[in-house]
Design a protein around this ligand. Sequence first.
Ligand code: DAH
Length: 350
Amino acid sequence: MNELDGLVDSARQRFAQAATPADLENAKAQFLGKSGRITELMKGLAALGVDEKKARGAVINQAKQAIEAALTARRQELAEAELQAHLKAEALDVTLPGRQRGIGGLHPVSLTLERIEAIFGSMGFEVAQGPEIESDWFNFTALNTPEDHPARSMHDTFYVEGGPVNAPNLLRTHTSPMQIRHAVQHVKKHRAALDAGRAMPEIRVIAPGRTYRVDSDATHSPMFHQCEGLWIGENVSFKDLKVVFTDFCRTFFESDDLVLRFRPSFFPFTEPSAEVDIQFQRGPLAGRWLEVAGSGEVHPNVVRNMGLDPERYIGFAFGMGPDRLTMLRYGVNDLRLFFDGDIRFLSQFQ
Ligand code: DAH
């Protein structure tokens, strides 16, 4: 113990009270500053004799060092506290699940369309696309659909502005107009060969796309998809239709024992016409006949509207519903789910 221990203690206490670095520097000045307590004591040495000065100086120095040590320790404490407060404020919980960016994917109907294109592509079919706003001629007249046919009634068709007054443009009600559009292009390309009486390469095409009808319930949507198929050559028969479409359905549904039924029907643009039903032999839909397409041998009037001689060129056409194929493939029972844009539904197909 010496007489300056009290001073050192009060410095320690004062430093401990300092809550911030600035406060601590003020406290330091009280003891070590120019007019601080230690400095004052040092000044007092001048009046002493040599021996006394030495002894007293040593005591003051000891006190000074103790105060400096206390200051350094408190500085470190405050710096550490500041760092901890900082870290706490900027706390980052690395155990929280990350916010993931959605990867996205193809719509189930797009998956079906890709599948249809791949399968028909492997059988040598081209893929054609055409306008969704269509003229009366391509949608109806060229397809041998007389003016009084029920398919033309306002009930089924969305009409739009434009076109002749008595035959306004419309949102195509099926993809069948692409039969005419594509065939006309094809014939144009091979006009020279045809005029010279030479053979024209066969027309083999599918045309997938959006179609529109005034209709809405669990199995009908005002916008839906169709995929048209057309094969025209010099000797393309109903038998070829059966082979091609059977092959397609079995490949599409990955089911070799799938059974097809071509049920006689009527379409203005085919003769004979058939509706195609499929029947699964296993699974939840087994045993039921499910309609998937319309089809038939292309009507001579339609072949003529393609710019071809129906005595020489013949073939088959079909039109199927990719939405329905998607429902059957994935077991979806409400068509509207496809077009509601609900990610919870759509993400199940990725
Ligand atoms: N276009 C018909 C429809 O929408 C489907 C169809 C039937 C297309 C027979 C064809 C066909 O090409 O030959 O109901």
